[in-house]
Design a protein around this ligand. Structure first.
Ligand code: PMV
Length: 329
C-alpha cells in the first residue's frame, strides 16, 4: 500500500456581515447568513498523508502535537473523507500558520479550509471549491468561506445535515479595500467562538432579534460590495459587528469580548471618520478591532491606530485568493 499525500494552503477571512449562532435544528448550520473577505498575506499550509502503516491519526500544529480538542476536530473531518473515499488508512496531518495565532485573525478558518482541500486531494476525491467549502463548514462554519477568494457569502443553513457551501460573489480585485487589524491583546481569547455563540443562543434575550435582523444587514453588505460603495459597506459592516456583540453582551451572564483598548480603538475610528477619512470598524469574538479603509487612507488610519493607548500593534491586509493545492503525491 502506498502513502497518498497532498499539501494545500488557505487564507483567513474576516466577516463583513457576521455569523453568530448555529441553527438549533441543524448540524453545524449557521442561523444567519454571513459575508466575508478572504485576506491575502497570511496563510495556513497543511499536508495530509494517508499512510496504511499508521495506527492512529496524528496532528502537528506549528511543529508540536496539537491539543486533543483540535485533534478531535481534525479526525472528524478525516473520518468524513475516509467514508466518502472508501479508505481506512490513518493520516499524518501537519499544519502551520505564517501569522501569529493570537493576531486576532481566525486561524480555524484558514486551517480547516486548507485541511479540507488537502484531505480530499490526498484521498483522490473531487476538490471542487464548493465541496471543500461544505466539508470545512461541517467542522468550522467560518472556514467554509475561506475555500473561495475575494468576497464570499455563506447563506443561512437548513434543518438537519444538509449540504451548505459558501458562494463567491466578487473576486479580490473587485474592490480596493484594506483591513487594518489593531491588535489589543496578545494571547488566546478567554471564551472561544463555539462556546460563546452556544451561550448566546441559549441565554440572550436579544438573540431572536439578531437572527431577525441579520439577513437584511447581509443583503446591505452584499449590495454595497457589488456596487463598489465602500462607505455603505463600512456602515453596514460596523452595524453587523455591533449587533453581534450586543447579543452576546445581553447573554446571561453577559459575554464581553472587549477590552479598554477595543473601545479606545472604536472611538479613534469615529474620530478618523469625523476628520474625513474612510474608516469603519468590525470586531470578531475577541478584543481586536479591524478597520475597513481605502488604499489611499490606509497609511493615516494605521498611524492613528498605532497611537491609540491599548493598541499593541497593527497588521494591514487586503483581499486575497481562495484555498489552493500546492503538491500531490
Ligand atoms: O466559525 P467560527 O467558530 O470560527 O466562528 C466565527 C465567528 C465570528 O468570527 C465572530 C464571525 C464570523 O462570521 O466569522
Amino acid at each position: 500500500m502506498t502513502i497518498r499525500a497532498a499539501k494545500a494552503t488557505a487564507h483567513p477571512n474576516i466577516a463583513l456581515a457576521k455569523y453568530w449562532g448555529k441553527r438549533a435544528d441543524g448540524v453545524n448550520q449557521p442561523a444567519v447568513p454571513s459575508l466575508s473577505v478572504t485576506l491575502a498575506g497570511m496563510a495556513t499550509t497543511t499536508t495530509v498523508a494517508f499512510d496504511p502503516a499508521l495506527t492512529e491519526d496524528t496532528f502537528l500544529l506549528g511543529g508540536a502535537p496539537a491539543d486533543e480538542i483540535a485533534r478531535g476536530r481534525v479526525i472528524k473531518l478525516l473520518d468524513r473523507v475516509r467514508r466518502a473515499a472508501g479508505i481506512s488508512a490513518r493520516a499524518r496531518v501537519e499544519s502551520g500558520n505564517d501569522f501569529p495565532t493570537a493576531s486576532g485573525l481566525a486561524s480555524s478558518a484558514s486551517g480547516f479550509s486548507a485541511l479540507a482541500l488537502a484531505a480530499l486531494s490526498a484521498a483522490g476525491l473531487d476538490t471542487d471549491p464548493t465541496l471543500v467549502s461544505d466539508l470545512a463548514r461541517r467542522i468550522s462554519v467560518s472556514a467554509a468561506r475561506s475555500a473561495f477568494g475575494g468576497f464570499v457569502e455563506l447563506p443561512v443553513g437548513s434543518p438537519g445535515e444538509g449540504d451548505l457551501a459558501a458562494i463567491p460573489i466578487a473576486p479580490p480585485e473587485h474592490l480596493a479595500l484594506r483591513v487594518v487589524v489593531a491588535v489589543t491583546r496578545e494571547g488566546p481569547k478567554a471564551v472561544g467562538s463555539t462556546d460563546g455563540m452556544e451561550h448566546t443562543v441559549r441565554t440572550s434575550p436579544y438573540f431572536p432579534a439578531w437572527v431577525a435582523s441579520a439577513p437584511a444587514l447581509c443583503a446591505r453588505v452584499r449590495e454595497a460590495i457589488l456596487r463598489r460603495d465602500l462607505e455603505a459597506l463600512g456602515v453596514a459592516a460596523e452595524e453587523s459587528a455591533l449587533a453581534m456583540h450586543a447579543t452576546s453582551i445581553a447573554a446571561r451572564p453577559g459575554l464581553l469580548y472587549w477590552t479598554g483598548g477595543t473601545v479606545e480603538a472604536l472611538e479613534e475610528v469615529r474620530r478618523l471618520r469625523a476628520s474625513g477619512l474612510l474608516a469603519y470598524a468590525t470586531i470578531d469574538a475577541g478584543p481586536h478591532v479591524k478597520v475597513l479603509t481605502t488604499p489611499e487612507d490606509e497609511p493615516r488610519v494605521t498611524a492613528a491606530l498605532a497611537e491609540v493607548p491599548g493598541v499593541k500593534r497593527t497588521i494591514v491586509a487586503s483581499p486575497g485568493e481562495g484555498a489552493r493545492l500546492l503538491d500531490r503525491t
